[in-house]
Design a protein around this ligand. Structure first.
Ligand code: NDP
Length: 334
């Protein structure tokens, strides 16, 4: 038997069920198990996307029934892939987990081996889950900035959605690389100390980026930015980015629209690029996780992590959608 959260139909919130594994994954004759690995889940996490899936919001779950959870860290209990053996501790972020394939919010998981990575040395399963998709995406954004030539000496780098999962880890990573980080948050007052402890040199209130009167070209301020908010905020960030700067779009907490013009691009040579954790190819996954294991200050990671029990997941889902969750939430499984 396995306890699992299960979304059974469109629009429905996930239910906590306790079922035979064959009921969830299909019996071995009916299911195509080629290239898959079975896991005893050791730790998982709640991301914004999981909040949407767990509460029945549209856009994440694309088949029913489905176990949500876009992150998993687990121990291999059966392997149909030559690269993994029973007992290996592995992790997976994205790759359709919790969207088109059963995800990590369960005591057992069956995952594709293609994007599976061994747990990096030096990280516990809980720490790998704390990093999770959010931290992985933050590192993709940091690598994108560095690959675009944004250097610590170039000037201030902005992180929006700063107190959230992606934002918190992005601040720690960028500060660790020596960038001067400015954190934009709706909780600038309540969480200012937290954001500065992560490494922010200064904290601004997110309302200053939500003003739609500023126009498409404003005072050139940012050498680069990591944006997990989208919409009007991203438009303002682009309008304030300096000549030759790069902005990495990684989320849409405010909205998926982008009300801007071509002016930041044609008059300031601004680059807008993106980070996608779901489709990231294996080589990029390996590069990002190696960098995370090497660079992320584990004391800071622990300080931005809250651990909850398996039964607490629905409550966390509501809170993450309300923008009330700080940093990362790890789910203890078992
Ligand atoms: P969190 O909920 O942890 O963080 C989002 C933060 O955005 C909040 O904490 C809040 O920060 C800010 N925010 C929320 N609502 C608004 C709003 N209406 N206007 C402005 N700011 C707002 O989520 P995650 O960090 O897990 O994910 C952040 C975003 O990135 C999501 O949209 C998610 O879907 C996306 N994402 C994309 C990935 C990819 O592969 N590209 C992977 C992972 C996440 P504060 O209180 O500090 O203002």
């Amino acid at each position: 038997m396995s306890r699992a959260y299960l979304v059974t139909e469109k629009g429905a919130a996930a239910e906590l069920v306790d079922r035979d594994l064959s009921e969830i994954f299909g019996d071995d004759e009916s299911a195509d198990t080629t290239g898959t690995v079975d896991l005893e889940v050791l730790a998982t996490s709640v991301n914004y996307k999981d909040g949407m899936a767990l509460t029945g919001r549209p856009g994440i779950v694309r088949r029913y029934p489905l176990v949500p959870g876009i992150d998993v860290v687990g121990r291999v209990t059966a392997s149909r892939a030559s690269a993994f053996s029973i007992g290996d501790v592995v992790l997976l972020n994205g790759d359709g987990l919790g969207e088109t394939r059963h995800g990590g919010l369960a005591e057992h998981a069956r995952v594709r081996a293609d994007a599976l990575l061994p747990l990096p040395e030096g990280l516990t399963p809980e720490q790998a889950a704390a990093i999770g998709t959010a931290g992985f995406t933050s590192m993709l954004a940091v690598l994108a900035l560095a690959d675009a030539g944004v250097e610590p000496d170039d000037g201030e780098v902005l992180v929006t959605g700063a107190a959230g999962g992606v934002g918190s880890i992005a601040i720690a990573l960028l500060a660790g690389r020596g960038y001067s980080v400015v954190a934009s948050s709706g909780r600038a007052e309540a969480e200012g100390d937290y954001l500065r402890r992560l490494g922010a040199a200064r904290v601004i209130d997110r309302s200053v980026l939500a003003d739609d009167e500023g126009g498409p070209l404003q005072k050139a301020t940012w050498a680069g930015a990591v944006d997990s908010v989208g919409s009007r905020t991203l438009a303002t960030v682009l309008a304030q980015t300096r000549y030759g700067g790069t902005v990495v779009a990684c989320g849409l907490a405010q909205g998926s629209d982008l009300p801007t013009t071509v002016l930041p691009f044609i008059l300031r040579s601004v680059t807008l690029t993106g980070a996608n954790s779901v489709e990231a190819p294996r080589a990029l996954r390996e590069r990002a996780w190696a960098a995370l294991a090497e660079e992320l200050d584990l004391e800071l990671l622990d300080s931005l992590t809250t651990t909850v029990g398996f039964e607490d997941v629905p409550a966390v889902a509501e809170r993450i959608l309300a923008g009330e969750v700080r940093g990362r939430t790890v789910v203890r499984v078992g």
